[in-house]
Design a protein around this ligand. Sequence first.
Ligand code: NAD
Length: 297
Amino acid sequence: MPYFCAMQLMDGKLASAAIKQKVAQLVQTRAAKGLKAPHLAAILVGTDGASETYVASKVKTCEELGFQSTLLRLDASTDEATLLQHIQQLNDNPDVDGILVQLPLPKHISEAKVIETIHPSKDVDGFHPVSVGRLVQGLESFIPATPYGIMLMLEHFQIPTTGKHAVVIGRSNIVGRPMSILLSSQLPYGNCTVTVCHSKTANLKELTLQADIIVAALGRPGFLTGDMVKEGAVVIDVGITRVPDASKKKGFAIKGDVDFESVAPKSSWITPVPGGVGLMTIGALMMNTLAAAERRS
Ligand code: NAD
């Protein structure tokens, strides 16, 4: 007999609102104790449209939650040494709790050098090798915001993960790799058996068809289709790609890596794009910045 499941939406608006409310309350508690507001400093190099949007929403969320924020805008032609000096100044500034440099950076700047220059105690993006090493070892660490946001989402909707088979598509340092570590870690919403797929994976559909949980983070719109998913799977769509769309005011639409129309009817839970993981990412960044401030005080 076929198994029919009722699909439920993992609504990023609901889950991120709960996270933001919790963070705002904790900021108020700090204020009542005479502690300063958490302070996030962001650096934006150049004028890439998507990066501008991301940074603007991070700064706006800081305001909403009672954080202090500083945005340093640098010209796209800024050289690497100058950028590193700015980061060093923020490292040395006792008033700043968290530093983020919006990626991607212009080609003439080494992302690795930039990431390594941010002091690990202020590395709220969780990309520094020290943060990654601590995460791998199960030690307290800043967790990269997107996978952290997904873990918070699983927790919010109380989706059981222990003993499940999770397939993560993508192995980037920002999403896929840390996601696979978190899902396999001994955490309340971890304990999965994890398969990591990437551009050289030979039998991807065979693997996704075995998955109880799929995290699609490859940046190819509509890649995961209904025939690649088993009935009742939990499907998390990380993809954000701007696809030209003349019917939209901005001239583009945001597309995820999941073909929602064919996958949703087969899944037990699914994230929408937009309105899913992206909103959680900002909430998780705020959690990291608050944690940085707490550790410093
Ligand atoms: P990336 O380009 O660094 O990595 C993509 C990964 O996908 C690589 O590891 C590659 O091996 C794998 N891949 C590519 N083609 C594949 C294929 N055909 N089959 C299997 N694997 C394949 O990208 P990223 O930074 O990890 O981001 C992935 C997507 O997530 C992008 O759309 C990005 O915009 C989005 N993203 C969203 C958020 C958010 O907040 N929602 C945050 C970060 C990234």
